[in-house]
Design a binder for this molecule. Structure first.
Ligand code: DON
Length: 423
């Protein structure tokens, strides 16, 4: 069977209109001359499947899409507190290359604007690292996200470095405030190389899916950066990733994203998919015009707005029944299912608190509880413990050890319901 998702992506590209408005980035000569007809989209699932349409194997420079990855690597290396002392997390509402710092502290407002990205880059490898070492850390890190060795486009690098007047000014400003130390030109060198790394949509989709998958590569299972780091990165992408268009992006499209001036956009919908689009012409904010159209269409068609979260709570209890065993012993079997977070667990607790049939034993059936987060695990284990305090016997039907290591009192762990079936 040809999968309908590929046909859908073809249709999305065909449906974005025949016009191609906007302009290629004119402040970097090599990008100004890019072929504006390129157009592509790639979607990667968190189990490692990639779907694509259009120009998905054309290499282009990653540009600002490197910023969330450099931020992730700096967080993984130094920890949140250290990084937060140097780079904030507030949307700036300004252009990406504004010479701006938070009043009083001298901190750049966030790591997605250039002031923050230069500071983040300067953190890599610690104060002793030189431009080459910092670049190598970020190149290797982004390669780990992508699943192949990425390399720099020397022409883009030279072209951007020769005309990096604005970034040089920002780096000097950062140096004068003591936000970065050492040679500001070296920081501009390394950061410009970071932006000149070549990627394809396939690479970006893998990188995006790794973010969507809480930092774990969908194809290999390798944890590239800790889960907590990804949470921080996606939060900042959500609020600052599209610069002074971030509010508009959040309210209409609604998944964390980052754009680059070569025409790429990377989006990550946590727990679901990574998305990557490519079309070189940009709007006044530096975001790809046709890339935005693709993301807008897909968000609406596929319900990808992060605020349109599923309502799992109502469906968490799959079945709640009472079995009568010989001797009139009643065993209540409460079967849970799906993804269980706080609201789902709260429903489970309320259900378990009632015992209208006076069953003497409760079996909490977790066989179909596929993802139970920390708080839900603790809540369900605590319910098991309290039911025992109330004098009931409790069994956890938990062959996959979903509640392993949780304090569920003396609850017995069973892997099948056999001994509680009537016959
Ligand atoms: O710092 C710069 O000017 C570029 N190398 C990256 C800017 C960028 O991609 C902005 N995003 N849309």
């Amino acid at each position: 069977m040809r999968l309908p998702i590929v046909d859908y992506l073809d249709e999305v590209l065909a449906g974005i209109g025949t016009d191609n408005p906007g302009a290629t980035a004119d402040y970097i000569p090599e990008l100004a001359d890019a072929d504006p007809s390129f157009l592509g989209v790639c979607v990667a699932t968190i189990d490692g499947t990639i779907y694509g349409a259009g120009d998905i194997d054309v290499p282009f420079s990653i540009q600002s899409i490197s910023k969330p990855f450099a931020y992730a690597l700096a967080l993984a290396e130094h920890g949140l507190e250290h990084v937060l002392e140097r780079v904030g997390v507030e949307p700036s509402g300004e252009a990406f290359n504004e010479l701006s710092l938070e009043e009083g502290s001298g901190r750049p407002l966030n790591p997605m604007i250039n002031a923050g990205a230069l500071t983040t880059h300067a953190l890599l490898g610690g104060p002793q690292a030189d431009a080459n070492e910092r670049f190598e850390i970020v190149r290797r890190g982004m390669s780990a996200f992508a699943g192949r060795e990425l390399d720099v486009d020397e022409n883009v690098y030279k072209s951007e470095r020769e005309t990096a007047y604005r970034n040089t000014a920002i780096a000097n400003m950062l140096r004068s405030y003591g936000t970065i130390t050492g040679d500001p030109n070296g920081v501009v060198d390394g950061y410009t190389r970071q932006c000149s790394v070549l990627v394809t949509l396939r690479d970006l989709a893998h990188m995006a899916a790794t973010l969507a998958n809480a930092g774990r590569r969908p194809d290999t299972g390798e944890q590239i950066v800790p889960r907590s780091v990804v949470r921080q990165v996606l939060s900042v992408m959500m609020t600052c990733g599209m610069y002074d268009a971030a509010g508009d992006w959040m309210s209409t499209i609604g998944f964390p994203a980052k754009s680059g001036v070569a025409g790429g956009i990377l989006g990550a919908l946590p727990g679901q998919v990574g998305i990557a689009t490519f079309s070189p012409r940009l709007d006044q904010h530096g975001n790809s015009v046709r890339g935005i159209r693709i993301c807008d269409r897909m968000s609406k068609d596929m319900g990808m707005h992060i605020m349109e979260g599923a309502e799992p709570a109502r469906s968490v209890i799959r079945r709640d029944r009472v079995l009568t065993l010989p001797g009139n012993h009643r065993v209540r079997v409460c079967s849970l299912q799906g993804t269980i977070g706080f609201s789902g667990a709260e429903r489970v607790l309320r259900t378990l608190a009632e015992n209208p049939d006076n069953a003497g034993r409760v079996v909490i059936d977790l066989r179909r509880a596929y993802a139970v987060n920390d708080v839900a695990r603790r809540m369900i284990a605590e319910a098991a413990r309290r039911l025992q305090l109330d004098g009931l016997s409790v069994s956890l039907l938990d062959p996959d050890r979903v509640l392993a290591d949780s304090d569920a009192g003396e609850a017995e762990v069973i892997s099948s319901l056999d001994k509680y079936r009537p016959y």
